[in-house]
Write a protein that binds this ligand. Sequence first.
Ligand code: G6P
Length: 595
Amino acid sequence: MCGIVGYIGNNEKKEILLNGLKELEYRGYDSAGIAVLAAGELKNFKAVGKICNLENKCLDFVSEGFGLGIGHTRWATHGKPTEVNAHPHIAQFSNVVHNGIIENYQEIKKDLEQKGHQFVSQTDTEVIVHLFEENLKNFDDGLEAFKQTINTLSGAYAILLITKKYPDRIFYAKNGSPLIVAKGEGGIYFASSDAPLVGYANKVVYLEDGEIGSMDSVGFELLKNIKPLEHNKAFAQKEGFRYFMEKEIYEQHKVLLETMMGRVSQEGINLESICGDFFEGIHQITICACGTSYHAGMSGKYLLERISKIKTNVVIASEFRYANPVMEKDELFVVISQSGETADTLEALKLAKANRLKTLAICNVDNSSIVRESDGVILTRAGIEKGVASTKAFATQVMVLWILSVYIACQKQLLNQDEFKNQVQSMLQASKATKVDSKLHERLKRLSKRYLHGHGFFFIGRDIFYPLALEGALKLKEISYLHAEGYPSGEMKHGPIALADSLLFTVALMPKHLLYEKIKSNVEELSARDATICAISSQDFEVADDMVYINPGASYMEEFFSMMVVLQLLALEISIKLGNDVDMPRNLAKSVTVE
Ligand code: G6P
C-alpha cells in the first residue's frame, strides 16, 4: 500500500524518482507525485492515476547538479484519489510524503488552523509538513523541529520530508511502515521496499520502528546495521506474458520446487530456519492472516489436522485483534503474509507475542516487519509477485504448510516409511501439476466468454477444496469486479441454494480423490434448480453445462494444485475479456499497511 522513494545526489532526480515509483506502482496507484529540491528551487508535480500520467506532467522538467527528491504512489485512505490529495503535501517551503495513517491528525489540524495554517487536502498527511514548519519557529535545529513533529504523531508511518531551509538533507522517520535507506555510487536512496533500489544501491539499512533522522550525502556510513543489498532480487519483468499475473501463474511449477528445495527429500524434512525443538510443548496452532494468505491458512488447517493431528484454529487478523482472544501456553501462533507488512497481521503478531506465545512467520519477503518480529520463519521463496491478485505466493504458502504438516507428523512419529514417501512423492507431483498446459489455457480462454454476464458466481468445494473455492471466488472478485462467493458445497442447501437459477454460475470443484460422491450430490441439487454448472474434475459429470478436465493424478493434493491453476486462469481470462487492468485492479493494493 502506497510506495515511497527518495534520492540525494547529482544525477537526474526526476528520472530516479519516477523509475523507483514504477517499481512500487503495484502497491498503490490512485495517484502519484514527486518533489525535487535543487539550486534553491523546490518543484513538485502530481497526477491522478498511474505513474505514466505523472511522467507526462513533468516531461519538460530537468534539474541539474546536486539536489534532493522525494516521491510517492498512493492508495487512498483519507480523502479521494484527487490531485490535491496526492503526495507530496506542501506547506510554505517544505514537502512531505508519507505511508501509513496519522490517527490524531484532526486534533493537530485544528490546533494548526488556529495558528493560521491553511489546509487544502482531506488527507491526514498534510498536517506533518505544517506541523514541521510551525515547530521550526521554536527550534534553531531542523532535526529537533522534525523530532518534535514526529513525537506529536500517533499511528503508523514512514515519512520523508524535504525543506528549502535545509537543502542538503532528507528528514526521515519510521514507525510501523517499512522504510529503507540505501547507498550506491550515484548517491543516497530511500524506498519503502527493495525493488526501487536494485541497480542503484549496494548497501542498505532497514530502518527500525522509532528511528528518526536527517540524511545528507555523507551521513550514511554512520548508520547502524548496514547490509549489502542482495543483487539476485532482479527486476520482475513480464517476459512476453500479457500481464504479471499471467507470468506468475505460469511460474508456479518452478517456484514450488524452490519452496521444496533443500527442505523435502526421501530422507526426511529439513526446515533450515527452525531449530529441532521448536515444536516442543506445542499442542495447538493458531494461524492468523488476511485475504489470500488467510485462504492458504484455512487450507493449512486441513493438512495440519489430517497429517500431523494437531488442533488448528484459523483467524482473520483484523478480527483477532479486538476480540479478546484466549491464548494458551501450548499454542503456536503462525502468521502468513506474502508481503510481511500487512498491518492487521503484524499487529496480531505483536499481540500474540505480548501474550508470550511462540510465533512462526510464513512469508515471502525476508527482512520484512513480520519476519523480523517472529521467533521462527519459513520463507515461501515465491520470488517477487507483482500482480495484485496473489497467485504464486498462495501456491507456495500452501506448500509450506504442507511441508510443515509432514515435518510435525515426522517429529510425532505419525507416518511410517511408506506414508512419508507418499507424501514426498505427492508434493513433487503436485508441483508438476501446476505447469500450465497450453490446451487447458486455450479452453479457458474460450470458456471465459460465456461467463461475463449473469448475476453472480458460486464457487463450491468440500474439505480443503472449500478454502480453494473461497480463493477462486476472491481471485474473480479482485480482477473481474463480478460478484462471487465461495461456499462449502454441503452448506448450499442451508440457504444459498435459494439463489439458484440459470444466471447463477456455479464453479464446482470435484476432486476424484476426496469426497467425490458427496460433492456430486451437492452439485446435482444445484443443477436440479437450473443453476449453470461449470465442473472442474477429472471425472465426467453428466449434469455439468461446462467441463474443465484436469489430470486426476494420484492424490487429492495434486488435484488441489491443478484446480488452483484452473481457477486463476479462469479469473484472468474473464478479467481480460472485460477489459480490466489485471495487474492493478481498481481499489486494491498489493500490501495494506494500514488498519
Ligand atoms: C491485500 C492484497 C491481497 C492479500 C492481502 C494480505 O489485500 O491485495 O492480495 O492477500 O493484502 O496480504 P499479505 O501480504 O499479508 O499476504
